[in-house]
Design a protein around this ligand. Sequence first.
Ligand SMILES: [Zn+2]
Length: 344
Amino acid sequence: MDGSLYFPVATPPAPGAVIPIAPGILWLRMRLPFALDHINLWLIEDGPRWTAVDAGFSLPETKAAWEQIFAASLGGRPIGRIIVTHYHPDHIGLAGWLTAHWQAPLWTTEKEWLHAQMHSRPDDGDAARIRRDFAQRAGLDDETASIFAERQGNYRRGVPSVPPAYHRIGEGTAIEIGGREWRVIIGEGHAPEHACLFCTEARVLIAGDQILPKISPNISVQAHEPDGDPLARYLASLDKLRRALPSDILVLPSHNLPFHGVHQRIDELAAHHHARCAEVVAACARPLSAAELMPILFRRRLDRHQMGFALGEALAHLHYLAGQGEIECATGADGVDRFLCKAT
Ligand SMILES: [Zn+2]
């Protein structure tokens, strides 16, 4: 248990099975081919049909698990709408397949749909070049920068198709699902326009990756926006969510277990980043690149997948602190950005 968080159901559903987690809401779990090995998805009763929230990463076994659910868990009702919280492959991956299978529309935010389209386009070499430049500017050596650059092609592995049209939702959109109103609350920092869904009547928040109970959502500077400050956006979103949400709600996160204690968890996530920032400021007593900061922030060995996240996350903390005026960035003759604590 984390502090005062309370997890009402200790055992998640097996792939292909469902657990009713709140009135009218089913919990599904699908596998992921990463260190983070699972994602939670949700089905909400919607009159004569179901609304699905998130789709899962494209894997043959995930399609098979969905088909098992279609056959055994929907009570003969179709899926009539797929709402996607954000563009990451574990969330939008099978949305194209689901919308085609059910002839059902995709509902998502504009920036998430556009990001999915952007990351799905064939690589003309620009994307790899941008990523290599980004990695070199962050101080990675040439070999590691090349490995980092190659990761770009991976998006389409998990997202074979993005629905070519969508229904737009955004901050404050009221969505009627099965006679109850769900309100969209946008989170930033983890993804550009991440939809969280809150139902006052059910006292349930579908949090996506914006608030997770056990791990901190990845907050990364992206190669296509190399000067971005996603951590400032994420912390501002946490503040907004804390003000918008009552304390006594059930949170349905995309990873780990449903939990109670949303305010506590928001405070823990903010405190985690502030503690990280203090470590970064201390480390920047000498000029430091993001690559040099990575082993200070992440003491465990990182695989390739995690290395990309770690670099983006190190930069997110550096850019946030530079934006707050606590450290300064100087680009060296070698083209590498190094950050130094401002003299006090
Ligand atoms: Zn995500």
